[in-house]
Every structure is written in structure tokens, then in C-alpha cells.
Design a protein around this ligand. Structure first.
Ligand SMILES: Cc1cc2nc3c(=O)[nH]c(=O)nc-3n(C[C@H](O)[C@H](O)[C@H](O)COP(=O)(O)OP(=O)(O)OC[C@H]3O[C@@H](n4cnc5c(N)ncnc54)[C@H](O)[C@@H]3O)c2cc1C
Length: 648
């Protein structure tokens, strides 16, 4: 059989390098015939349903049932300004200012609204330029606009191959009123040069608009900086907001206060401050909202809100996030590395403790390391960090690290637990803790559980660790809590509101190696080794990274390449160890805390602790209350596991 794609290991590496799988567990993937899930390649047509969408819709329905018309002001997400809540995340997604974006209508309706303002044929300038394989709906829309203005669509609409657009504009641009193109062509997948074509159109005196149906959520966009006049997009493809979802629209800020621009008006485009004075003449706001005609369909907007929250969560990881990092990191690194290390193929391995010191004393490695340093010094280079323009990039940007994704040598994988987490509050009772603050509170419930940890303000944060399917299935949290967590339910007066408001986070373990690249880029904290939170050690791990890196710098005399190399080798086995123990602790908390055998084992451990003070500590205590390296604790624990009764 002919191989048509990458090998499995390559495919897995590519999957690992893609930040978007971070949220894979948060989507419903339809079941397959032979496999539990289909391989879904149709996101360019209709994106999958996020698990959070059902709850978001139910929240609106519940609020409607509960509040009636008062929901305009009192709903969980008040309906009157609902579209305003979508403005900033939509702007982040398309690289715009918040006032330049609005979620409304469907794509072609928005296209017509935009053309009502921006297609103003006059004199010889009457043409609309589209690509020769434009999406049919765009083609129909522009032809109808030409006819609407009394023009012959066959004459007014010009179809040009994408590659010839800039040339056409240079020659005939003075006859073109509007350039309207797809940012990513629906048929070929070709990404058009949006900034380049926009600039060429403007140079020819044309207005330039973009249909971003296949671009939004797919490629990085900077509509404001690129000076695009307007853009429209749908939300049901890569934005996963559901069939026929509410679409989006961008109008550049330079047009927002242009009173000469004609517009098809309706009451939701009128200033909300005076809207309900019911005056006969519209008072348009100076934001993209001015193009709104009717009030937004809240039930259809809720999935868009969920979608935009998810894109915010990954920081548009696969596209804008990568681009942001690509802008900053590799260029910086490549330039500087090329400049500072001509001919150097990569860092030497330096796994041993104290290697920096040994080098300075002499020995085979020391000779090489020492020569390199002396050579660089003679060549006029200075130590990194000495304020000479050298730079080191430390990627401490969390589990979805853009730095990690931007450096191809950082081979990584993200293991997702099919669980999400949601936080709730147990407030103080009569000014004091509602539960014993000295205990770890766990509610094991088979495949799911809840834990509660005390806060300085005497409240507890209760965290639900539930399978995603449970979050999706539970429609009445109050009833569920009354039945399954009755004691906690009694302590959570805001349960229903908080449950609806607080998002479901994902739980991921990041495995990455190496963490250092060419002595100039390194990962630290969750970026290198996010772990499950069941030992509460993630932040501590990141702090330990800092301590170790600092130590390595001191040992190597601030020689960054050597220090970074030593740092990663010293830390890796420890972070692997805590990642493994955190997963084990999750299974233990979830499945075993309720078992009698487990409780007996714990009693034996505590008895040993009392009998051998300072000489015997449980794994939990070693992890939580000492600085014994995690790898050592794992080794010790493996030995002990053979000595204590097993609990499976
Ligand atoms: C439910 C849960 C409970 C937890 N409980 C505990 C606990 O009890 N104890 C504990 O020690 N740990 C806990 N953790 C883990 C802990 O939160 C993390 O391990 C820790 O925050 C990691 O720190 P970090 O600095 O590496 O990353 P983060 O805290 O994620 O910080 C990364 C920072 O980088 C920023 N950033 C990201 N991308 C970019 C970009 N492209 N440009 C600029 N900035 C960017 C982010 O905004 C953020 O401020 C828990 C985690 C979870 C999910």
C-alpha cells in the first residue's frame, strides 16, 4: 500500500507540537464505526461541539425561565450588552481593537451590510474584484450588489486568479471600487497575502474587504495593523460555534467616526444610552456595533461566547500564538546564535552535577569547554547577560507555551486526562472556616471527586475533578450536589451561580525534551513540565527550576549555554518523577480513599511515622514538606512499596 502521510512517530511528534490538542478533550468527537471516535477532518465545514456549549445554552434557557424579561439585565451574562462581552475576545482573535469587531448575523448578511457602506461605485470606478474561484455566496453577493447599483454584473464583477490580483490592481486599479477576497481560499486552501493585497488595493484607491470564513481561527490575523477596511467571517467552521452560528464583522477604526459613510440602520446600531428613548432618528455609536441592525439572538450567541473563551484559553495557540512566538523567539535565537556561535552545531551534553566546576579545574570535558570560552573571549565576545546586547529567552509561559511551540527542537507531547476541573467556593461560616482547615478534604465518588483546600480569607476552594462527560451531562448541579455531596451542598450557598459562571479547565501533563536550545532559549515551569495538580506541586516545581538554574549559573560563572544544559539535565528526572507521582496520587484520591485496605495502609504508615520520627515519612509528607528531590522520593517509595501491604 502506498504511504500517503508521515510515519506514526512523525505524526505523533507533529501532534505533540500542535498546541491545539490541549483542548481536544473538551470537544465531543462523534463515535466511529470501527474506532471509538471518528478521525474528524471536516472542521473547515463544521467544527465539533465544545463540551461547554450545552451548559452555556442551558444557562441561557434557565435564566430565561427564571428571570423572563429581567434577564436583559440580571441573567448570568446579561442579554442587553451580550454582544459587548464578545467584542474583546473576537478582537484578540482577528488582531483588531475591541471597538472594531462585532458578532452579528450570518456571513453573507454581514457582507451585504459592509458592501452597503464600502461599495460606492462612482464614475469609472465601478468594478468589484474577486478571485476567480471565490466562494459562490460571495460571488452571488457581489453580483447582486452591482445589479442593485444599476450596473451589469458581468461587467462590474471581475474575477482574477489570486496570483494576478496585485498586477491587476497596478494596471486597472483606478477602475476598481472594491476588492473582496477570501483570506484562505475555500477550494484550494491558499492563504492570500492579506497585508500585501490590502496595501496594493489602497495604493490604487480601492476599498479592500476580506471574507475570512476559512481564515478565522485557522491562521494568524492582524486586521487592524494591516489596514483592512472591513472583514467578515462565520463562526461554525474553525470557531466551532455550531451550525449557522452567529458570524463576525470587522470595521477598521478609521471608518468608525466617518459620518459620510452610508449604513443600513436598525435600532441595535443606535447608541444604547438613547436607544430606549424611541426617537425616530438613529444615533449610531462610533464602534462596529453601529452596523448591527437587530438585537442579538442570545441562544445563538452563547456558543460563540464559549468558542471565543476557548480561543482565548489557547491564546489562538496554533496560529496567532505560534506567530507571536515565531515573531519573537526563533528570529531572535537564530540571529543571535548565528552571530555568536559560528559553526557551532549544538551544545555539549553536561549531565553531571558540578560539571561547571570540574571544567574549570581541568579534565577532558573541561579542556573543550574552557577553550571555547577563552576563544570566544579573545574574539571579542562577552558573557551572555553582561549588558552587551546578548539575550537569553526563558520560556516561562505555562502549559501551552508559545516558546516551546516555536522552537522545533523542543520535542513535546501533551497527555490529556479525560477530566476537567471546575472551582467552587465554600465561604466562611460566622467568620470562621466551614471545615477543618488542617485537613485535606476529599469527596471520592468513583470516577469523579471533589477536594477542598483552605484559603487565607477562611473560605475553601472546592475543586471538582470530573470526567468531561459528567460536566456535559449534568444539567441541574444543585440536584446533583444534593444527592452526591449533601454535606458540601449545605455549605455552598452560591453553588448554582458559581457552577454556571466558572469555566471547566483542562488537565494536562506536558512531557518535553530538551528544555534548552543552543544555549539561548530554555523552558521553565509548566512550559517544560506541566503536571497534574494532585500533589499541588506545580508551582513549587517551577520555583525549584529557578533555584536550580540560579545554582547552575553560579557554578558556571554565568556561562549561559553550560548553565542551561546543566539545569535541564538536573531537573528533568525530578519533574518526570513528580509527574508520575501526581498521576498516581490522582488515582489514589479518586479510587482508593474510600477503601478499607487503603485506610489500613495509611494507618500503618502513620504508626511508622510516629515510631520512627524523622526517619520515616510518608510519600505525601516527603513531597509536600521537604526539599528531598522528587526522583529520590520516587526511588524510596518504590523500595517501600515492596515492604508495605499492597492496595490495588
Ligand atoms: C486546578 C489546578 C490546581 C493547582 N493547584 C496547585 C497547587 O495547589 N499548588 C501548586 O504548586 N501548583 C498548583 N497548580 C499548578 C500551578 O498552577 C502551575 O504549575 C504553576 O502556575 C506554573 O507556573 P508557571 O509560571 O510555569 O506557569 P503559569 O502560572 O501558567 O504562568 C505562565 C504565564 O505566562 C503568561 N503567558 C502565556 N503565554 C504568553 C505569551 N505568549 N506571551 C506572554 N505571556 C504569556 C501567562 O499569562 C501566565 O501569566 C494547579 C494547577 C491547576 C490546573
Amino acid at each position: 500500500m502506498k504511504r500517503v502521510g508521515p510515519r506514526e512517530d512523525e505524526a505523533r511528534a507533529r501532534d505533540g507540537a500542535d498546541p491545539l490538542p490541549t483542548l481536544r478533550g473538551e470537544f465531543h468527537v462523534p463515535p466511529g464505526k470501527r474506532y471509538p471516535e471518528v478521525a474528524y477532518f471536516a472542521g473547515n465545514s463544521l467544527g465539533l461541539q465544545p463540551r461547554a456549549t450545552r451548559a452555556a445554552l442551558l444557562t441561557e434557557l434557565d435564566d430565561w425561565a427564571r428571570l423572563g424579561v429581567a434577564g436583559h439585565f440580571e441573567a448570568t451574562h446579561p442579554w442587553l450588552p451580550y454582544h459587548e462581552q464578545l467584542r474583546a475576545p473576537a478582537a484578540r482573535l482577528v488582531g483588531a481593537r475591541p471597538e472594531e469587531t462585532v458578532a452579528m448575523n450570518s456571513l453573507t448578511v454581514n457582507l451585504h451590510l459592509m458592501m452597503a457602506s464600502f461599495y460606492r461605485p462612482a464614475g469609472d470606478r465601478t468594478r468589484i474584484l474577486i478571485e476567480d474561484n471565490a466562494f459562490p455566496s460571495d460571488s452571488y453577493a457581489v453580483r447582486s450588489q452591482a445589479a442593485f447599483h444599476g450596473l451589469d454584473p458581468d461587467q462590474a464583477v471581475v474575477r482574477v486568479p489570486a496570483a494576478a490580483i496585485v498586477d491587476y490592481l497596478a494596471r486597472y486599479g483606478d477602475q476598481v471600487a472594491l476588492v473582496l477576497l477570501g483570506g484562505v481560499n475555500y477550494l484550494t486552501g491558499e492563504v492570500l497575502d492579506i497585508p500585501g493585497i490590502t496595501a496594493a488595493g489602497h495604493a490604487a484607491g480601492c476599498r479592500v474587504g476580506w471574507d475570512l470564513a476559512h481564515a478565522v481561527g485557522n491562521i494568524p490575523l492582524r486586521l487592524h495593523d494591516w489596514g483592512v477596511d472591513f472583514a467578515v467571517w462565520c463562526s461554525y467552521k474553525y470557531l466551532n460555534a455550531g451550525p449557522g452560528a452567529v458570524a463576525g464583522c470587522f470595521v477598521h477604526s478609521r471608518h468608525l467616526t466617518d459620518a459620510t459613510l452610508p449604513r443600513l440602520a436598525g435600532w441595535w446600531g443606535s447608541d444604547p444610552a438613547t436607544r430606549f428613548l424611541m426617537r425616530p432618528v438613529a444615533e449610531p455609536v462610533s464602534t462596529a456595533d453601529a452596523w448591527q441592525v437587530s438585537n442579538p439572538p442570545i441562544l445563538a450567541m452563547a456558543p460563540v461566547r464559549v468558542s471565543l473563551e476557548m480561543f482565548d484559553q489557547v491564546g489562538m495557540g496554533g496560529a496567532a500564538g505560534q506567530e507571536r512566538a515565531a515573531d519573537r523567539v526563533p528570529r531572535l535565537v537564530a540571529d543571535r546564535a548565528a552571530c555568536d556561535h559560528p559553526g557551532r552545531s549544538g551544545p555539549a551534553r553536561l549531565p553531571a552535577l558540578g560539571a561547571g566546576r570540574r571544567r574549570r579545574r581541568g579534565g577532558p570535558r573541561a579542556a573543550r569547554g574552557g577553550r571555547r570560552h577563552r576563544g570566544r573571549a579573545r574574539a571579542g565576545h562577552h558573557p551572555v547577560g553582561a549588558g552587551t546586547g546578548h539575550q537569553v529567552v526563558i520560556g516561562a509561559d505555562g502549559a501551552n507555551s508559545a516558546v516551546r511551540q516555536a522552537v522545533p527542537t523542543f520535542q513535546h507531547r501533551q497527555d490529556h486526562l479525560d477530566y476537567g476541573y471546575r472551582e467552587l467556593t465554600i465561604p466562611p461560616v460566622a467568620g470562621d472556616f466551614a471545615l477543618d482547615p488542617g485537613a485535606l478534604h476529599i469527596w471520592p465518588r468513583g470516577t469523579s471527586m471533589m477536594i477542598a483546600l483552605p484559603n487565607p480569607d477562611r473560605s475553601f476552594t472546592a475543586t471538582l475533578f470530573w470526567p468531561h462527560r459528567d460536566f456535559a451531562a449534568i444539567t441541574d448541579p444543585a440536584a446533583h450536589f444534593r444527592e452526591h455531596y449533601p454535606d458540601a451542598y449545605a455549605l455552598m450557598p452560591d453553588l448554582t451561580t458559581e457552577y454556571a459562571r466558572n469555566p471547566v479547565g483542562s488537565l494536562v501533563t506536558v512531557y518535553c525534551w530538551p528544555w534548552a536550545h543552543q544555549g539561548r532559549v530554555a523552558l521553565l515551569g509548566d512550559a517544560a513540565h506541566a503536571i497534574l495538580p494532585f500533589y499541588g506541586q506545580g508551582a513549587n516545581c517551577a520555583f525549584e527550576d529557578c533555584v536550580e538554574l540560579d545554582r547552575c549559573l553560579a557554578e558556571t560563572g554565568d556561562a549561559w549555554p553550560e548553565a542551561l544544559e546543566a539545569y535541564q539535565w538536573r531537573r528533568k528526572e525530578n519533574t518526570d518523577a513528580i509527574a508520575e507521582m501526581a498521576l498516581e496520587n490522582f488515582v489514589e484520591m479518586r479510587d482508593k480513599v474510600g477503601s478499607r485496605a487503603f485506610l489500613w495502609r495509611k494507618r500503618i504508615e502513620h504508626a511508622l511515622e510516629r515510631a520512627l520520627p524523622g526517619r520515616y515519612m510518608t510519600r505525601y509528607e516527603l513531597v509536600s514538606f521537604t526539599t528531598v528531590p522528587y526522583a529520590q522520593i520516587r526511588r524510596r517509595n518504590r523500595v517501600r512499596a515492596d515492604q508495605l501491604p499492597r492496595v490495588d
